[in-house]
Design a binder for this molecule. Structure first.
Ligand SMILES: [Ca+2]
Length: 317
């Protein structure tokens, strides 16, 4: 079977951790590297958590690189949503033994893309600081990246987009809100960009059935226990179970792009402070559309049932 090469750029985070599980266990993906960034937690935590998950999966062959400690020009805000003391729903996995890559995340992205021109899809589940910096440092890679699939933005295509807005402004999504300048650079890069925003990734419908929970409880896979613990953790804090798997939607799309219906749209990223900071403004007008805005693919509808089925199958495999 032909596999798709990916780099997973993430900020684990419990849902990033589950995204790593899905990506690594999918026979359709070849995870070339996991690169970590500041976001849900400081990068010192996210690069530990990424390695913890890979050790849990016995995939210590996959390199993990430490990335940007801060957004491109801003100070990092702190996330009001808690992923627990360890950033992994208080699973308290053992400290990792595998060393970090000698390259930092920005250089590892550049080197991996250059070594495999046209072949490495970037899957982004955190702020886009690493990817933007890689494009600044080595602009030639923009022509070598076939696609970027990102958990990014909130586009107002349905109720989900804003009811569960995760940034600290009323209509922003957390990853863009943390580093809007980085998002702007990536959106404007000309690389094919698929943004799966809150419209498709924070779905109340993505909740595990009693039968799903029973399957997880019966499994002796450590990753099933990890997910179960995360579900109990968020439920105990008054959140729905979908919070544990938001980032998994990007990996799911990388595996099977029929899981999310997309539309092509002109979208600008707001970088001015104030009410709309971090907002991804979509121009859907029939007339006078701002064609100078980046033209990207935006997720408008996810097949939540099939998504959850794929997720469960990979966790339990
Ligand atoms: Ca994330």
């Amino acid at each position: 079977m032909e596999t798709k090469k990916i780099i997973l750029d993430c900020d684990p985070g419990m849902d990033d951790s589950m995204a790593i599980v899905m990506a690594v266990k999918s026979p359709k993906l070849d995870v070339m590297a996991v690169t970590t960034v500041n976001g849900n937690y400081p990068v010192d935590v996210t690069c530990i958590n990424a390695r913890k998950v890979l050790e849990l999966l016995n995939r210590t062959d996959i390199p993990v690189a430490r990335g940007m400690a801060n957004p491109i020009i801003r100070k990092s805000p702190s996330d009001p949503f808690t992923h627990g003391k360890d950033g992994q729903a208080e699973a308290f996995l053992p400290d990792p033994k595998i060393p970090l890559s000698k390259l930092d995340a920005v250089d590892l992205i550049i080197e991996t893309v250059k070594a495999n021109p046209g072949e490495v899809t970037l899957v982004s589940t955190g702020p886009m600081s690493n990817i933007a910096m890689a494009m600044i440092k080595a602009p030639e890679i923009k022509d070598m990246i076939p696609e970027i699939i990102a958990i990014s933005g909130a586009f107002g295509l349905n109720d989900y987009a804003f009811l569960n807005a995760t940034g600290d402004t009323p209509q922003s999504e957390w990853n863009v809100y943390v580093d809007p300048e980085a998002a702007k650079i990536v959106y404007e890069s000309g690389v094919k960009l698929v943004c799966l925003g809150l419209d498709v990734a924070t779905y109340f419908d993505v909740n595990f059935s009693d039968a799903d929970i029973a399957r997880l409880e019966k499994s002796d896979k450590p990753e099933a226990k990890f997910l179960l613990n995360a579900i109990h953790f968020v439920n105990g804090r008054g959140f729905d179970a979908y919070c544990t798997v938001i980032d998994c939607m990007a990996v799911a799309y990388a595996i099977d792009n029929t899981l999310v219906e997309t539309m092509d749209a002109h979208v600008g990223v707001e970088t001015k402070d104030g009410l709309t900071l971090g907002m991804t403004v979509i121009d859907r007008r029939h007339h006078f559309v701002w064609e100078h805005l980046p033209f990207i693919k935006v997720g408008r509808k996810a097949d939540c049932g099939r998504f959850l089925g794929l997720l469960m199958d990979l966790v339990l495999a």
